[in-house]
Design a binder for this molecule. Structure first.
Ligand SMILES: NC(=O)c1ccc[n+]([C@@H]2O[C@H](COP(=O)([O-])OP(=O)(O)OC[C@H]3O[C@@H](n4cnc5c(N)ncnc54)[C@H](OP(=O)(O)O)[C@@H]3O)[C@@H](O)[C@H]2O)c1
Length: 361
């Protein structure tokens, strides 16, 4: 009834829209009322979709987690995780091995890769291999040729594009060296793009598999003082959503994970962010939550407290978000600088104590 009335008044209004009537006050009221109703319904539908996704990702995934057989059928027998010698990537690889998948780890530091391999093979009855590469290497062709040599013969069902680098601490563009900017581009954008391009054909051919990118909460809005980092993460959001649409009939699972702060080496510049509780989970806490959401949510933070942050981020007007980000990032930079100063003082005083102790009486 109500919608008929609205539609009727809108129709009457449009039919009567002649130049002589165009400024009639009650007509404007009708149009605004119609736009208001449209906006309200759109918001209600969006909120309902958001709540359904959240319940699916954070509640149903816990109540009815997928079995190891499901994991093997959907994403086995091999999974590839980039940036997996520590942090979120290592913890995610651990969760995959726990579900029975063989894992290929890809990172830069061989010692850490080797100890991750030993850890996973020691705990679970799976095979673990690793590839040592620097995704930021000047010879990009060589990087992906080397990776392909190892992956070519493997039946890979899951690619987790986790590798990422950030700023040493938040700062403005001109304080970031060109070398670091290239690293951000090669590692954050290049690795996910090229790895996906490399492994997607095999998955499409088999009609099954999964592709995950690890983006970041800072990509939800423009984030000053982390400008390039958050922009590279925004690329990943668009990239995976675009690919998911292009291959929507392929039977593959696509997911964009958008964590906010996680206590890892990446956030190690700040004492506040390395407290590991609630809003700042450890990599292990984060990955054990995030993995439950694969196959249930195509875009999620992967962690309930971060989803609350994401809602807030979506609601804030962009001006307010940028203002707040700048304040927060300034505070984090000061904290990082003070921390570095404390370290310098401590090592200087340690050296003085050693030289005093060694001075003959
Ligand atoms: N931590 C957070 O608060 C947070 C928040 C949002 C999103 N994220 C995203 O989550 C992902 C994982 O972050 P994280 O916190 O776990 O980072 P992390 O602890 O710093 O670990 C990064 C991993 O990437 C590898 N890596 C870095 N540069 C590399 C390169 N040039 N070539 C090959 N491997 C390289 C590291 O390997 P080596 O040990 O060999 O160097 C390490 O295994 C990133 O994409 C990050 O942007 C993190």
């Amino acid at each position: 009834m109500l919608s008929n009335r609205w539609f009727g008044s809108f129709r009457t209004f449009s039919l009567q829209l002649t130049p002589s009537r165009i400024l009639h006050f009650s007509d404007f009221i009708d149009v605004f009322a119609f736009l208001g109703a449209y906006y309200f319904v759109k918001k209600c539908l969006k909120t309902a979709a958001l709540l359904t996704d959240t319940v699916n990702a954070h509640v149903l995934s816990r109540l009815r987690p997928y079995s190891n057989e499901w994991w093997m059928e959907s994403f086995g027998p091999w999974a590839v995780v980039t940036g997996s010698s520590e942090g979120i990537g290592q913890a995610y690889a651990y969760e995959l091995a726990r579900r029975g998948l063989n894992v290929v780890l890809i990172s830069e530091n061989e010692r850490r890769l080797r100890s991750t391999q030993v850890l996973l093979e020691g705990r679970f009855a799976v095979k673990v291999e690793y590839i040592v590469v620097d995704f930021a290497s000047a010879d990009q062709t060589e990087v992906y040729n080397r990776i392909w040599e190892v992956l070519e013969d493997k039946d890979i069902g899951l690619l987790v594009n986790n590798v990422g680098v950030s700023y040493r601490c938040p700062d403005v563009l001109l304080s970031i060296s060109r070398e670091d900017l290239w690293r951000l581009i090669y590692v954050n954008i290049g690795a996910a793009t090229m790895m996906t391009h490399m492994l997607l054909p095999g998955m499409v051919k088999q009609g099954r598999g999964g592709l995950v990118v690890v983006s970041a909460g800072s990509s939800t809005q423009i984030t000053p003082q982390m400008t390039v980092y958050s922009a590279t993460k925004r690329y990943l959001d668009y990239f995976i959503q675009g690919v998911a649409y292009e291959y929507r009939h392929s039977g593959l699972t696509f997911q964009c994970l958008m964590p906010f702060y996680v206590n890892t080496r990446m956030t190690g510049f700040s004492d506040t962010l390395t407290r590991s509780r609630g809003f700042f989970p450890s990599a292990k806490q984060y990955a054990s939550n995030a993995i439950l959401t694969l196959g249930r949510a195509s875009l999620t933070t992967g962690y309930f407290y971060h989803t609350l942050q994401l809602w807030l981020a979506w609601m804030l007007p962009s001006g307010l978000w940028m203002w707040g980000s700048e304040k927060l990032n300034n505070a984090l930079r000061r904290e990082a600088q003070n921390r570095a100063l404390r370290r310098v003082h401590k090592s200087a005083s340690d050296e003085t104590m050693v030289s005093v102790a060694m001075t003959p009486a």
